[in-house]
Ligand binder design. Structure first.
Ligand SMILES: [Zn+2]
Length: 333
């Protein structure tokens, strides 16, 4: 019997998505808003920080009522992550949260930030700890590390307008290596939808397939030809300026989604509202609020493209993308 057991092929691990409250089967995610921030503070956005757990509990209650079940919180290291409070508001609201680790583009870190001084090896240790042990309670700002039990489930990185700076490239390589080891997906901020091909090149050179990457803010440059080229390489795109009509009317965003579906890339598209300042949050007295995606945009999208397409964009694509890619998983040492 023992011999038979030892020759058995080990069972494939169950597919899971890593949320702040633990790993869950992908089918439990429901409808996913693929780009939000539950807490955020950046020197790039003075006076716009939102860090109040009570208000963000109210915001997530509205998200839940709007028919969204899960949000991907793409706040990176040093920009106001509060893992314990994040877990609390997730549990209280019933909205599942996939939290991020990783590093944003240069503009979000002052010159004296430690991220500019430490070696890539130290950066990798920090990111791996967030992914495999638990996000640091003080978001790596305190004198000592204090890992919580709340792990990150995605690596977020960033590039500048039309280019990846030298510092950003180092952080991209670190983040890609962490994703390669753990199987989590990668989200990359693009500035006005630019540098997508260069980002995919850098990630691919670091050993991660483009289909494990979602490029953010591509709808800032609503060019279906370009988007099709990126999707042809396997990349996912998140259209995440839903509700921000200062950029363009929402009918243009509906046109863009329809154009991508028509080109056969409906399975590469996700949606989010990317609420990034307190003035945009209903719980702080602003608008359109994080619930704008479920409340306002989705009904229009259903009328335009039907329930099946919307299920693909909101449910099946994020479920597949956020599932840990265990085939890529390497030893975590
Ligand atoms: Zn964002």
């Amino acid at each position: 019997m023992d011999a038979a057991v030892t020759t058995e092929t080990p069972e494939a691990p169950e597919p899971v998505v890593r949320t702040v409250l633990g790993d869950v089967p992908p089918a439990e995610l429901g409808r996913v808003d693929a780009h939000e921030h539950v807490f955020l503070r950046s020197p790039e956005l003075p006076g716009s920080e939102f860090l109040d757990p009570d208000r963000m509990r109210q915001e997530l209650d509205q998200v839940r009522e709007s028919s969204i079940d899960t949000v991907v919180d793409l706040t990176t290291i040093g920009l106001g992550r509060q893992p314990r409070e994040l877990a609390e508001v997730s549990a209280a609201s019933g909205v599942r949260v996939v939290a991020a680790t990783g590093f944003h583009r240069d503009a979000h870190y002052r010159d004296d930030h430690w991220v500019h001084r430490v070696s890539p090896a130290v950066m990798l240790d920090v990111v791996m700890s967030d992914l495999t042990v638990g996000i640091d309670a003080a978001d790596w700002a305190g004198p000592f590390q204090e890992a919580t039990e709340h792990r990150a489930g995605i690596v977020k990185l960033g590039a500048s307008y039309q280019a990846i700076s030298a510092r950003e490239r180092v952080r991209l390589e670190v983040g890609a290596e962490a994703a390669r080891r753990t199987g989590v997906p990668i989200a990359v901020h693009t500035e006005v939808g630019t540098a997508g091909q260069q980002i995919l090149d850098a990630v691919e050179a670091a050993g991660v397939r483009p289909d494990r990457v979602v490029l953010a803010h591509l709808d800032r440059n609503p060019d279906p030809d370009l988007h099709a080229e990126l999707c042809a390489r396997g990349a996912h795109l998140v259209y995440d300026t839903v509700g921000r009509v200062k950029y363009r009317p929402e009918s243009d965003l509906l046109d863009l989604v329809e154009a991508m579906v028509d080109r056969g890339y409906g399975e590469r598209i996700m949606l989010g509202a990317d609420v990034g300042r307190r003035q945009s949050l209903a719980s702080y007295g602003g608008g359109p609020g994080m619930a704008v995606l479920g409340r306002q945009f989705l009904p229009r999208l259903v009328r335009r493209l039907g329930e099946d397409v919307v299920d693909r964009i909101l449910v099946s694509t994020p479920a597949r993308f956020l599932t840990l890619d265990r085939l890529d998983q390497k030893a975590e040492s």
